[in-house]
Write a protein that binds this ligand. Structure first.
Ligand code: ATP
Ligand code: MG
Length: 443
């Protein structure tokens, strides 16, 4: 992409309404624009990051054997009356009436809708286990929308639902989700710690939240500091291996960390030596639940088991806050100049800064590097504006591009350009002729 052809509405001033770093930086970098409180338009740069996160989430879900579908944002109230949640959900639910006076709602979550889809089509244990997921916008009329996309009213969530024949099978699905979530966060460059949690309005009896430690987080967590050194390097876990998944859940979740709701000082203090007891703020980036037959019984999601008996299916649900993750990643990776994207979600992997637009050789070499990187699918952003070099650097740093190539007459006399790492700030000189090979090695 050439910056002169891009739409990057960066702001010079720090917007007054933004309180936390990620919100400020998302506005300054021209990633989002508020439409109304808690509801945002995603500008091209923001959308690119959102879609990269989405892609990783989908890949990891599919790898775990979960099937994508897409349910609508609008749902009939009747399904929620059947489960009993229409009244329970309260004012967070946006209720709508159509021209025929039918009660509808903008979905805050999808347990009811997916249970209805399941029960209409699946009748036998032979079709189980089944896990379906989608990535779709949700609406929750939050009391205090704030911190930009971190606590929006409209937000993008990956939500998945598992259907199993009994509790044992459903717990395996639960464990498989826990492992696949750890893999997902790891690919996003984040250390998300799984913690036992309360179930809240989703209900049920077993739940974990995934939390990223950050001073600006809304939850308070108690944790064993040693969990920060754990290597969640779990790329090769076999999801079908029930014992292996169970072992990971046992090893990595208890008694290392608790949220404030589930923190039991007696257990934590007994199991964790004092010097390792940590307390921090944290951002919730996901949650998984096992809730048995809470929805299948009232909504009639029964199948015949191997003995020919009708039994309600055991279910769980799992959510990842896709749009919140954009903010959470910025909270984890930034400095006073701006964002520092992990390479896996960077909107552009490489930036090219042409320091003297009037210099024909600089233009020629910049164009050459730009087309080579483009052809190698390395997604470069070429700053071809007629601007001062200082302001070009400022923009690249603000929007967080991991690698910057600086092209200018002085270096070109020696046959070199400069390559700068946004994460370390280090620069090195590289010959103009093997840039693509080198960049490929680095990423
Ligand atoms: P919270 O406790 O932060 O209100 P929740 O527990 O109500 O979240 P879940 O139902 O578990 O949320 O939803 C799954 C994920 O969706 C959460 O872990 C979070 O990352 C994300 N999420 C929830 N509410 C919002 C929101 N208002 N804005 C952005 N993301 C959200
Ligand atoms: Mg939650």
């Amino acid at each position: 992409m050439r910056l002169t052809r891009y739409f990057l509405p960066v702001l010079r001033e720090v917007p007054a309404e933004a309180q936390i770093t990620s919100h400020k930086l998302m506005l300054r970098a021209g990633m989002i624009k508020q439409a109304v409180s808690g509801i945002y338009s995603w500008m091209p740069l923001g959308l690119k990051v959102l879609q990269k996160i989405e892609r990783i989430v989908v890949e990891e879900q599919e790898r775990a054997g979960h099937l994508p579908l897409l349910m609508p944002t609008i749902q009939p109230a009747s399904l929620w009356q059947m489960s009993g949640r229409y009244d329970d959900y309260g004012e967070e639910m946006l209720r709508i009436r159509d021209r025929h006076n039918r009660d509808l709602l903008y979905g805050p979550t999808n347990e009811e809708l997916i249970t209805e889809i399941f029960s209409s089509h699946v009748k036998s244990y032979r079709d189980l286990p089944l896990t379906l997921f989608h990535i779709q916008w949700k609406f929750r009329d939050e009391m205090r929308p704030r911190f930009g996309v971190m606590r929006g009213r409209e937000f993008l969530m990956k939500d998945g639902y598992n259907f199993d024949i009994d509790m044992d099978a459903a717990i395996h699905s639960y464990n498989r989700h826990l492992v696949s979530y750890l893999k997902t966060y790891e690919r996003l460059g984040l250390k998300a710690i799984p913690m036992r949690a309360d179930t809240g309005p989703i209900g049920g009896n077993y739940s974990h939240e995934f939390l990223v430690l950050a001073d600006t987080g809304e939850s308070e967590v108690f944790f064993d500091k040693r969990i920060l050194d754990f290597n969640f390097g779990i790329a090769n876990v076999d999801f079908d291996d029930i014992d292996e998944c169970q072992k990971i859940v046992d090893e990595w979740t208890a008694p290392y960390a608790r949220t404030d709701e589930t923190h039991d000082p007696e257990i934590f203090d007994r199991d964790v030596p004092e010097e390792f007891q940590g307390v921090s703020r944290a951002i919730e980036v996901g949650q998984i639940f096992y809730f048995g037959t809470k929805y299948s019984e009232p909504m009639g999601a029964y199948v015949t088991n191997s003995e020919g008996k009708q039994v309600p299916v055991h279910m769980g649900s799992h959510g990842i806050g896709v749009s919140r993750l954009v903010g959470a990643i910025i909270e984890a990776f930034h400095d006073d100049k701006g964002i520092k994207w992990p390479i896996s979600v960077a909107p552009f992997k490489v930036g090219i800064v042409n320091t003297v637009m009037g210099d024909s050789e600089s233009c020629e070499i910049s164009e050459k590097i730009y087309s080579e990187l483009t052809n190698a699918n390395l997604d470069p952003l070429y700053d071809d504006r007629d601007e001062r070099v200082g302001s070009k650097f400022t923009t690249m740093e603000l929007i967080g591009i991991p690698w910057r190539i600086t092209v200018g007459p002085r270096g070109l006399k020696k046959g070199i350009v400069e390559l700068t790492d946004r994460h370390t700030g280090e620069s090195r000189e590289i010959p103009t002729d093997n840039i693509v090979t080198l960049i490929k090695e680095l990423i």
